[in-house]
Design a protein around this ligand. Structure first.
Ligand code: MG
Length: 397
């Protein structure tokens, strides 16, 4: 691609009809937020494109979480998020105005709904070509249902010819200057229009329809999420289990790190990094499920850069290796073995911390603790041990 291309994803909506309380673009879908899936899919289809996102001003933290789920090459294409307006039309306008301040300006812009995470690479290519050929174009699919026009009493007043109708999707594709100017005109005229194509139509431009994609659905209802989730997980049928085990000896100190939480104790744990025995066991379990070496192979203790390192670096990396393979972590179960400190009172804080690092729902993380009945090295309070099992789902081989 030799011309500047931008993908503007409109994610400012508050739609929580899909359940879960969160705006739907931030809901998890098979282990990743809908927005992260949409951005990653668009990036994979058009790797040179800048990725701009319009968000609700209250959603900065949610946006950052989704951005952190992207692979590095996609993250490198992000431009700072833009605050949305009161309507979708205003939000799209704000996004376009932000892109207009870039140098060089985009030549082509694709405007994408955050809730459409399944655009295929072929569809995105058709969108780019259609924008170059026609200046304004939208993907559309033939309708399978007959359409009736009704009056306010529900009485049919017309049956349009179905062959001439199209259900319109996104990404909608435009010459950048055309759609920017059309949005400015619509804002001046204070007209509320349904989609960006209609903004272009209202400014007097011809808009063309190119072939959409039946799989490019918009997630709207709770049922849409259930169907999409089972379609995605159906592909992740290579189910792996990995185990991890780690030990650290007590040493001087007044706290131990467990799952990224500092727990006050009469001793610390000795080790090259922060000696987070629980996080090391879980990290190794994930590497085990991937058959991808172990923590020492990825982060050699001989390398001075890991001295005193926060172990969240290791776990975050292991979770990223799963995402890079197109997979998800389905479940983590771990047991801490020690006489002291007591782990139970800190259990949920530890689960929350681990959930955040791995970007998992907390319901997928179990932390248990036991003593060894004063037997062995843990029984003599010489150190702590941790065991972990991770279940990982990868795309079918
Ligand atoms: Mg260790």
């Amino acid at each position: 691609m030799t011309f500047p291309l931008a993908i503007l994803t409109v994610a400012g909506g508050r739609g929580s009809r899909a359940g879960d309380g969160l705006p739907k673009q931030y809901r998890l879908l098979a282990g990743r937020t809908v927005l992260a899936r949409t951005l990653q899919t668009m990036h994979d289809a058009a790797p040179d494109a800048l990725l701009a996102t319009v968000i609700h001003p209250d959603d900065s933290a949610l946006y950052e979480q989704s951005a952190a789920e992207l692979l590095d090459s996609a993250r490198a294409k992000l431009v700072p998020p833009v605050s949305g307006g009161d309507t979708r039309q205003q939000s799209a306008r704000n996004g376009l105005e932000a892109l207009a301040r870039l140098s060089p300006r985009p030549e082509i812009v694709l405007i994408q709904d955050a809730a459409r995470p399944f655009a295929s690479a072929a569809l995105v290519q058709r969108a780019i070509e259609a924008a170059r050929a026609h200046s304004a174009a939208v993907p559309g699919a033939p309708l399978s249902d007959t359409v009736k026009e009704v009056d306010s009493y529900g009485k049919v007043v017309a049956t349009p010819d179905r062959a001439r109708l199209r259900g319109v999707q996104t990404p909608q594709a435009f010459r950048f200057d055309l759609i920017l100017e059309a949005h400015r005109q619509a804002a001046n005229a204070q007209r509320e229009l349904t989609d960006d194509a209609m903004v272009a139509e209202a400014a007097g431009h011809s808009v063309y329809v190119f072939d959409g994609d039946a799989f490019n659905i918009k997630l709207t209802t709770a049922e849409d999420f259930v169907r999409a989730q089972s379609a995605l997980l159906g592909d992740l049928s290579d189910i792996r289990t990995g185990q991890g085990y780690d030990v650290h000896a007590f040493g001087p100190g007044d706290h131990v790190w467990l799952g990224g939480v500092a727990i006050p104790h009469s001793h610390g744990l000795a080790g090259h990094s922060d000696a987070d025995v629980l996080m090391h066991a879980i990290t190794d379990a994930i590497f085990g499920a991937l058959a991808d070496g172990d923590i020492g192979a990825h982060f050699p203790p001989s390398d001075p850069q890991w001295k005193g390192a926060a172990s969240s670096i290791f776990l975050d990396y292991a979770a990223k290796r799963v995402r890079e393979r197109g997979g998800v972590i389905a479940h983590v179960d771990a047991t801490v073995v020690c006489e002291t400190p007591k782990v139970g009172p800190h259990r949920d804080r530890i689960r929350e911390s681990l959930a955040k690092i791995m970007d998992l729902d907390i319901g997928r993380i179990a932390i248990k603790a036991t003593t060894s009945e004063r037997l062995g090295f843990t029984g003599r309070r010489e150190g702590m041990a941790a065991l972990a099992i991770a279940t990982v789902r990868l795309p079918a081989a």
